[in-house]
Design a protein around this ligand. Structure first.
Ligand SMILES: NC(=O)c1ccc[n+]([C@@H]2O[C@H](COP(=O)([O-])OP(=O)(O)OC[C@H]3O[C@@H](n4cnc5c(N)ncnc54)[C@H](OP(=O)(O)O)[C@@H]3O)[C@@H](O)[C@H]2O)c1
Length: 247
């Protein structure tokens, strides 16, 4: 398959959590992580962000460092990577600050993937709600939606990750940074699609249920081992950048 290179980019606590026990919009990383994050954004043609992370945070991360902006200008890249929101429902509130951010936006509607909850015998990969009153129309499967919602420059309606990544590749996305959250990351790992894992280890112990791979995550056998250490770099604030690449 022709697909972009995928790099996971996350800030995690020493106990592997990406959000505090109470959940909500998490800010795990400090200035060191901010630096590593901006470097990853500068590398990327596009970023993928889970719809829930966007709904909670309201906006996505931008490159601010003048050096990195200059690096992209010289490489004839837009100042910010294309920000692609991944959703099944397509329910992205139009009043989020995200829609005022100076970047291009895309919406990736994915029908089937390793992303599972809620599980139902009726689930064919797009939301069939058991509580749906009789006679009410089913929501339209993502692959049949064609209109690009306001605020988005592009929309891709895809059957699965193979289809999605191939369509993104055709659209010119060669380098894709995946910014979380856990559901999005789990569905990509279930299909062993990451080429690189960039984790900023932050000096915090958070406990609680929000580990960066959700409790029901499954990792394909080939992805369970064989990661090669590419970089280890101490960052400001006692943080540590770790980059692992598929062997
Ligand atoms: N520490 C970090 O670096 C970091 C980074 C990012 C997020 N976070 C934290 O992570 C938490 C949010 O994570 P989360 O797991 O709840 O949510 P998430 O992964 O951000 O988003 C889940 C939603 O994204 C869509 N989605 C994800 N994977 C999909 C797939 N394979 N196919 C179709 N749609 C898919 C669905 O949207 P619809 O509901 O619209 O269908 C799903 O409900 C927050 O606490 C956030 O602060 C931390």
């Amino acid at each position: 398959m022709n697909r972009p290179e995928l790099r996971l980019v996350l800030a995690i606590s020493l106990d592997g959590r990406l959000a505090p026990a109470e959940g909500g919009a998490a800010q795990i990383g400090g200035p060191g992580d901010r630096q590593a994050l901006e470097e990853a954004l500068a590398w990327a043609d596009a970023v993928l962000v889970g719809a829930e992370t966007l709904r909670l945070h309201g906006s996505t991360c931008l490159i601010h460092r003048p050096q990195l902006l200059e690096q992209r200008r010289v490489a004839a890249l837009p100042p910010q990577p294309l920000a692609i929101v991944v959703s099944r429902s397509g329910a992205i509130p139009g009043d989020l600050p995200f829609f005022q951010q100076p970047l291009q936006r895309g919406l990736l509607l994915l029908a089937r993937s390793g992303f599972s909850p809620p599980q139902s015998p009726l689930d064919r990969g797009w939301p069939i709600r058991p509580e749906r009153p009789l006679g009410q129309r089913l929501p339209m499967p993502p692959t049949e939606r064609s209109q690009v919602p306001p605020g988005f420059a592009r929309q891709w309606a895809c059957a699965d990750w193979t289809d999605a990544l191939s369509q993104l590749n055709e659209a010119g996305v060669g380098r894709l940074a995946v910014l979380g959250g856990a559901s999005l990351v789990s569905s990509l790992l279930a299909e062993n699609l990451f080429d690189e894992l960039q984790l900023t280890l932050c000096p915090r112990l958070l406990g609680g249920p929000h580990s960066w791979l959700g409790p029901t995550a499954r990792v394909e056998l080939a992805g369970q081992s064989g990661w090669r250490l590419l970089e280890q770099r101490p960052l400001q604030g006692e943080e540590l950048l770790l980059r692992y690449r598929r062997a």
